[in-house]
Design a protein around this ligand. Structure first.
Ligand SMILES: *Cc1c(COP(=O)(O)O)cnc(C)c1O
Length: 232
């Protein structure tokens, strides 16, 4: 078996185990394979092994890959500059932007989505750990932000995303995942018109099992599927 297939099989088993441990249905958890820096060949192998969704963190790299593989579902997971939104709006299968973190960006997405006459699905990136090196809205700013984006017609909020600090023992980040899930549940309970709380994107190779135990519906896994990245 190819290496990526072996790795993917193991990841799927671990997703299932974590879900069952938490009393959840494994089918409620989507694995997004984070393919940044990896070749089209490897992406093809992973897609043939049954993964539909791929995540990229840079628009230019996403554009290049999309050109060859527009049939896959693509997720933009990295920081997004407003002047790049137009490229995403043109990609029909750019299914979810995980990294909306400002009102100016949200308005740009609304504008480009309207021009492309399509809906664009987004998650709000929350800097739950208040990490100075990470993007994302501060948790206390979410409510005000939601009121403003709820009125947008083409941008659709589908949930929340977070990136937590990398630590050796993933148990250390469990409180962050829990906090984000609590925020997610709170917002969901308010049933704000125009805002959906369906997806909770949290957890990467290092900590996805903990994230699943705390309620993640999307885990973003790079190294665990593709192996180490080479940034050359
Ligand atoms: C690179 C990246 C991931 C995947 O990280 P791995 O440690 O390789 O699983 C997940 N989310 C975001 C936002 C990333 O940039």
């Amino acid at each position: 078996m190819q290496q990526v297939k072996k790795r993917l099989k193991r990841i799927k088993e671990r997703v299932k185990e974590a879900a069952l441990k938490a009393g959840r249905n494994p089918e409620d958890i989507k694995v997004v394979a984070v393919s940044k820096t990896h070749s089209l060949d490897k992406i093809k192998q992973v897609s043939q092994a049954g993964i539909i969704s791929f995540g990229e963190s840079r628009v230019q790299e996403l554009r290049d890959k999309y050109e060859t593989m527009p049939h896959l579902d693509w997720h933009m997971i990295g920081h997004l500059q407003r002047n790049k939104v137009k490229y995403l709006a043109r990609m029909k299968n750019c299914k979810l932007i995980h990294s909306v973190d400002s009102l100016r960006l949200a308005k740009k997405i609304e504008d480009r989505a309207q021009k492309a006459d399509r809906q664009m699905n987004v998650l709000i990136q929350v800097n739950i750990a208040k990490d100075k090196n990470k993007y994302g809205l501060a948790p206390e700013k979410i409510n005000d932000f939601l009121t403003k984006v709820a009125t947008l017609d083409y941008l659709q909020v589908k949930g929340l995303m977070t990136l937590v600090p990398y630590v050796d023992d993933p148990e250390e980040v469990r409180p962050y995942f829990r906090e984000l899930r609590e925020l997610f549940t709170e917002i969901k309970a308010r049933q704000i018109s125009g805002i959906k709380m369906k997806e909770l994107s949290m957890g990467m190779t290092n900590d996805f099992e903990i994230a699943i135990e705390e309620g993640a519906t999307i885990v973003r896994i790079g190294r665990g599927i593709f192996g180490a990245r080479d940034y050359k």
